[in-house]
Design a protein around this ligand. Structure first.
Ligand code: SAH
Length: 352
């Protein structure tokens, strides 16, 4: 058992089974043994590689999209440039470099990083210099907001519900013979259809993030881009654990494996619309990056001697690599031009 498994087991013995969401929260963010709290999980030596860690072109293209949106909205002279879940800070570093295409933008930006892990906060400061760290999206100032988040929502805790003969029941982590096991709680009312055995997920913190971002953008202007793996009206048990680049049972090594769930973008879009902002259709990461000029950028870098540029382009955009699994959605003020590479979702529809 990992140290965190002992702690979770003791808590379950004392106060009963915990929800999948509580389990995820403890595993990822426990201040002593949590996965993000204790390590740098990125890259070849870690458990997974994210798009910004693959190649600088990812962050540069994201930066260009934000720069265009800033110019399209009249170049606000003071705004927040925010990133939730910045990891090593690589994406923000690449974005800041790319912003130089828009004279005055860098000076108008106040960078704010929303990061829960003290360990990663340090890594971000090492790369970016002194930056402002926030504990929550709600702490972002009331001014125009340009925000980008990559693989952030997938780290937020999900609750899971399973259909049984007598209705939906929440899934909990309990103990069987001293070992962590999934079990079911009492029946709950859920406005969703399902067959016995079906599992659905709910990520309340994800919807709250979309709502908070959209509320600021609707009121003060700006643009928000969220990139992650997942789909629209997602379905099923998508909780997954990754340790040393290999999948494993999410209950096997609490605190030592990355735990994520696929992002269901539909409730995020619904929350952003409720907050009064315009929201985009969901696009594949590959299509979005190509629309932003990824091919030309990669060819130029390759011609200048960057030997990894074309392979990185393939990894980031090919449908068989990250191109299809990863999706992006954008938020902007109603009436403003669309964020580059996105088209407006005209009305909220379940099959968008
Ligand atoms: N965006 C980065 C890292 C993704 S990993 C990249 O693409 O490489 C997820 C990041 O979100 C980590 O920095 C993790 O510490 C942070 N994180 C996870 N849960 C969080 C929470 N509830 N609040 C703030 N940050 C969180």
């Amino acid at each position: 058992m990992t140290p965190l498994a002992e702690i979770i087991a003791a808590r379950i013995r004392a106060t009963g089974p915990i929800s999948i969401a509580d389990y995820m929260q403890i595993c990822l963010l426990d201040s002593r043994h949590g996965y993000y709290a204790t390590r740098d999980p990125f890259g070849a030596a870690g458990d997974f590689t994210t798009a910004p860690e693959i190649h600088q072109m990812f962050g540069e293209l994201c930066g260009l999209a934000l720069a265009q949106a800033w110019m399209d909205q009249g170049r606000p002279s003071s705004f927040t440039l925010a990133e939730p879940g910045p990891g090593r800070g690589t994406l923000m570093a690449d974005i800041l470099r790319a912003l130089r295409v828009a004279p005055g933008m860098r000076d108008a930006a106040e960078v704010a990083l929303i990061e829960a892990s003290p360990h990663l906060r340090q890594a971000q400061r090492r790369l970016l210099g002194p930056v402002r760290h926030l504990d929550s999206i709600e702490e972002i100032d009331n001014k125009p907001l340009f925000l980008i988040g990559n693989e952030f929502i997938d780290a937020l805790p999900v609750r899971q519900f399973q259909m049984t003969q007598d209705g939906w029941r929440e899934r909990f982590v309990g103990l069987a013979d001293g070992v962590l096991r999934i079990g079911l709680g009492g029946t709950v009312d859920l406005p969703r259809k399902g067959e016995p055995g079906d599992v659905v997920e709910d990520c309340p913190e994800g919807a709250a993030v979309a709502e908070a971002v959209a509320r600021r953008i609707a009121k003060h202007g700006g643009a928000g881009i969220l990139i992650d793996y997942g789909g629209w009206n997602g379905y099923g048990d998508t909780l997954q654990a990754l340790r040393n680049h290999a999948p494993e049972n999410p209950l096997a090594h609490p605190g030592e494996a990355d735990l994520t769930a696929h992002v269901d973008f539909a409730p995020l879009a619904a929350a952003a619309l409720r907050a009064g902002a315009q929201v985009s259709r969901l696009v594949h990461q590959g299509d979005w990056l190509r629309a932003l000029g990824a091919e030309a950028r990669a060819s130029k870098l390759a011609a200048a001697g960057d030997g990894g540029a074309m392979a990185a382009l393939h990894r980031l955009t090919d449908p068989g690599e990250m191109g299809h699994l990863f999706k992006a959605i954008a938020i902007w003020p109603k009436g403003a031009p669309a964020v580059p590479g996105f088209t407006a979702l005209e009305a909220y529809a379940d099959d968008a």
